[in-house]
Design a protein around this ligand. Sequence first.
Ligand SMILES: NC(=O)c1ccc[n+]([C@@H]2O[C@H](COP(=O)([O-])OP(=O)(O)OC[C@H]3O[C@@H](n4cnc5c(N)ncnc54)[C@H](OP(=O)(O)O)[C@@H]3O)[C@@H](O)[C@H]2O)c1
Length: 328
Amino acid sequence: MREIRFDSFGGPEVLTLHTDAPTPEPGPDEVLVEVSYVGLNPLDFKIRDGSSGRAKNLELPAGTGREMAGVVIGAGSGLDEAELGSRGLTPGTRVFGMRGMGDSRGVAAEVIAISADDLAPIPGEVPDEDLPRWAGLALAGLTAIATVQDAARVEPGQSVLVHGGTGGVGQLLIPMALEAGASVVHATGRAVNAERIRELGAQPIAYDETDWIQAIMDATDGNGVDVVLDTHYHHTFLPSLDVLAPGGRIVALPSLADLSPALERGIEARIPQLVTGRDRLDQLAQGIRSGRFPLEVSEVLPLAQIDEAHRLLEDGHTRGKIVLDARA
Ligand SMILES: NC(=O)c1ccc[n+]([C@@H]2O[C@H](COP(=O)([O-])OP(=O)(O)OC[C@H]3O[C@@H](n4cnc5c(N)ncnc54)[C@H](OP(=O)(O)O)[C@@H]3O)[C@@H](O)[C@H]2O)c1
């Protein structure tokens, strides 16, 4: 079967398509999934270039990719028909999900073995054309839940600033913050993304055309916002500390973000800790199915063009998600 692997850390060119990979054997609590689409995330290139903490103990050669959508085609010895049925994961079912945090195997392959706990069924009425969105949903969505619910604990009436409102996670942070009761969500992005930010329900601030710090202070009568959700971090974290209202809190998404400048000033700052598993996947499925989480896919590329997909992703201006077609 076809599988993407890399045997050294480096640029996108280290990603190689192999056509002779053995089909994996599912462990007792795993199902075998024929992958339709693979969602990409910045974490993928940070593991590939060795900069992620998750690259430290990674054995090479390694697979790549964390989230996907596909079809169940088999199961391990611990999952009989009744068990699969009770989980809604019988063979032929379309599923989406992501590798659990302790599982470093990739998903960019024709067939994968993956824990049944890390998958949820895709509702039958979802058309196949919509599967790329489901492939890109799990990691970004579970991150957004961990950010809004666990780390920021957004409460009704709070004002929120999202940096990077049209990125993969940003497109879910805006509706989730509004659902949590935020009185207003401001979101930064390039001017070209302002309309999309508005569609998602936030007030756009074009950081490439205006002074976003001044814009936030003007919009809040000089008080600042209660919560900052910072998906970008590099240019935004330090100045964001100056637009927080007294008692406000900031959540920075990159796992290696240095929170000390905030903590030294007595500002509550956190990095979200992603929680995987069925409950939250079902929460995401309901949100996307009902139209509450209108996640966008901006690019679908064939599996063989994964190097090009990583280059686009590393550019840092992805709109919604970049997805690979595992069958093309
Ligand atoms: N802690 C965790 O568990 C966890 C989980 C998932 C992701 N993450 C991290 O979260 C970050 C975001 O992930 P993602 O998937 O959303 O990335 P993404 O899809 O690549 O989005 C990047 C976003 O950053 C915005 N951006 C770029 N420069 C900016 C600037 N100067 N000011 C404001 N926004 C700017 C882009 O907007 P424009 O195009 O408009 O510039 C785009 O919306 C990554 O660092 C990722 O590794 C952490």
